[in-house]
Design a protein around this ligand. Sequence first.
Ligand code: HEC
Length: 108
Amino acid sequence: MRKLVIALGSVVALNSMAVFAADEDAAVGLLRKSKCLNCHAVESKKDGPAYREVAAKYRGKAEAEDKLTKHITVPNKVKIDGREEPHQMVKSKDPEEIRNLVSWILSL
Ligand code: HEC
């Protein structure tokens, strides 16, 4: 029984590692390169919402990854101080790199 519990414990540990395996350095590097940090921070609201707030808003929503990926890859408008402006596109064409960024934001 003890052995079974230990085995189950390590399966759970491995699974949660897979979910949170987003590469933070790569994600932040891409944010810097794409100038996202001009308007966003992890903890605090600037012109755009804090990434931690975005993660909270989408927690448990199945469409989260898809929605955020579109938001940073398909041209769309956001309101800043009452003015409509195009939202910044991510400076990458590599789907893996973009997916890593989106999962990292959602894991905050
Ligand atoms: C010029 C300022 C500005 C820049 C630069 C910018 N954003 Fe935003 N972003 C905003 C604003 C404003 C919103 C809020 C939009 C809304 O709630 O309608 C937003 C919203 C978001 C959201 C939440 C979308 C949602 O559905 O809730 C994400 C994720 C995001 N931005 C990611 C990024 C990424 C990644 C970059 C860099 C590629 C970036 N932003 C660059 C202003 C900016």
